[in-house]
Design a protein around this ligand. Structure first.
Ligand SMILES: [Zn+2]
Length: 297
């Protein structure tokens, strides 16, 4: 199996073992809790600290291959969790990422975030892993969600959401964009409504009452991101074009047909669970619109 083609250097460590047949389904991110990258590499290589990672990423964004992807790294094992952490390691590829400071909140550099996102995108592509926050986890989430490993602040100031979002940009070949102001897309207030008793989801203009069926969970997520965007959530051109197409449609003709970039089923599935948690249970009554079989979706 070896290492990603993005790997800049490799070292060896004795802290590795068999995956015992487990398939790689998850990526787990750790921070090193250290600004001494070479020191951490030396601990792994010289077996002075019982732990390892498949990859180490430096503050400058260099990617080091440590434990071959075909093998289990020792990142989550913990003797008091009944073997759950070790089992998690067996189906995961894990990164240890250097901090830019060891003072709280243990920040991680932009270069290291970018390298991590590129590596996440590469691994998701090669293993057919859907790139979302179910499959890409920070160490502490392995504990809070699954009770594996132990309670921890790891990965510190590493922003796992940012890495997953950026990895999805890379996977869709979309350029990174400057920070978005929602009004730059189209100055219109709109609502996203979920039709009772069906899977239909609509975007409705609160100014004209026009509406259009939303064609995928991914598009729902994009419309929601623009709606709540205070400028801190950068979006790329493809994402903005999709939102623009919907808002232009409901600004002019109800249920106007809209052309959208083709997205893979993986990209659609990637956001479905996040979307479901945010949707309103039913269309707000005050809109008083009939939603029956007129969907363009
Ligand atoms: Zn950790």
């Amino acid at each position: 199996m070896g290492f990603s083609s993005l790997t800049n250097h490799t070292i060896t460590t004795p802290y590795q073992s068999s995956r015992l047949g487990a398939k790689v389904t998850t990526i787990v991110l750790h921070h090193m809790d250290s600004t001494d990258f070479n020191g951490v590499l030396a601990m792994w290589h010289n077996a002075t600290r019982s732990g390892s990672a498949n990859y180490g990423i430096s503050n400058e964004g260099e990617i080091w291959g440590v434990v071959d992807e075909s093998l289990r790294a020792w990142s989550l094992g913990y003797k008091y969790d009944g073997g759950k952490g070790a089992a998690f390691d067996r189906h995961s590829i894990c990164f240890e990422i250097e901090n830019s400071s060891t003072n709280p909140p243990y920040p991680v550099s932009d270069a290291a975030h970018e390298a991590a996102a590129r590596l996440v995108a590469d691994i998701c592509k090669r293993y057919g892993i859907v790139c979302n926050r179910t499959n890409v986890l920070g160490h502490r989430e392995v504990y809070t969600r699954y009770g594996a490993s132990y309670a921890t602040a790891c990965p510190g100031g590493l922003d796992t959401d940012r890495i997953v979002n950026r990895a999805n940009q890379i996977l869709t070949n979309a350029p990174a964009s400057a920070t978005l102001k929602p009004t730059e897309v189209l100055d219109m207030s709109y609502s996203i409504v979920h039709q009772n008793g069906s899977n239909n989801i609509w975007v409705v203009s609160l100014e004209t009452g026009n509406y259009a069926g939303i064609q995928s969970p991914y598009h729902v997520q994009l419309l929601q991101r623009v709606k709540v965007n205070n400028g801190a959530d950068p979006m790329n051109q493809i994402e903005l074009d999709i939102v623009k197409a919907y808002l232009t449609a409901i600004h002019t003709t109800p249920t106007a047909p809209v052309e959208f970039p083709t997205l893979t089923s993986e990209q659609l599935t990637a956001v479905a669970d996040q979307v479901a948690a945010k949707l309103p249970a039913a269309a707000p009554a005050k809109l008083n619109i009939t939603l029956s079989g007129e969907a363009s979706a």
